[in-house]
Design a protein around this ligand. Sequence first.
Ligand SMILES: Nc1ncnc2c1ncn2[C@@H]1O[C@H](COP(=O)(O)OP(=O)(O)OP(=O)(O)O)[C@@H](O)[C@H]1O
Length: 285
Amino acid sequence: MTNIVNPSQLADSANDFHKINNRETAIDIKDVTVAFKGSKGTFTAVKDISLEVKKGEIVALIGHSGCGKSTLMNTISGMVTPSSGEVIANGNIVKGPGPDRGIVFQNYSLLPWMSVYKNIYEAVDSVFKDKNSKEKHEIVDHYIQMVNLTPHKDKLPGQLSGGMKQRVAIARAFAINPSILLLDEPFGALDALTKGSMHIELLKLWNLDNRNKTIVMVTHDIEEAIFLADKVVVMNNGPAATIKKIVDINLPRPRNKKDITHDPEYIRVHDELLSLLFDKFSIED
Ligand SMILES: Nc1ncnc2c1ncn2[C@@H]1O[C@H](COP(=O)(O)OP(=O)(O)OP(=O)(O)O)[C@@H](O)[C@H]1O
């Protein structure tokens, strides 16, 4: 079961950011190109992408709609096979989905006919073959409680709000304890308040796991990327999208949503990301 630590023990200085670079590599994307074959020929979505993500790192992928963020994520999850190049996750070449990589989609992908509890239990049951029923129920209870859904555990997904469904999807992904968590615009459809509290929940869960989980997330939201990530990968527009720039977020943790917006480093990276994403327009335009 998860080792609980006091969040204050996890306070770090800006210099600690650089320690990440000494960690082992969790995900190694090597010269990945993805081309989809269709009736009108081949469409190259992403081209020659290389990216290394360290263990325990939080990386945000950002870029305009259709630039290939989900495609790249899906090469890590194993749901898309690169046309050339390869992805190595936890030291193994990715050949398909696996329990070491949990994914949360924007549309939650919960089974509508199963309760909150069952949705999580099914996933736990399919991954932890060696655990007995009592142990599996304990895991489910633990993660439902962690996302504050215990009073709602018998409800069906259709009886939940968007934010609650999202918490179920996150609890399910954490319950199977993947070392790599892939979040594809997980908070995109949420209102600002729910989104803000989900950011805190996610970081709490990451802290509770001693910051050992590697998280890659797709987002359109610059503030979200800066608040959560250690680095932000900005993609060029497609077709044949490449990485435009990797921006390090050298802000100490824990980060306070309100305070960091006044931090000169926050202002600098915010400006940089805005220019990278909207460099065609100036304020006069
Ligand atoms: N299975 C597929 N077959 C053909 N083309 C595809 C397929 N999946 C994605 N594409 C194309 O690849 C490009 C990248 O799509 P992708 O979904 O990765 O973009 P995205 O950056 O995640 O977009 P958004 O931000 O809008 O979700 C798009 O032009 C899309 O139409």
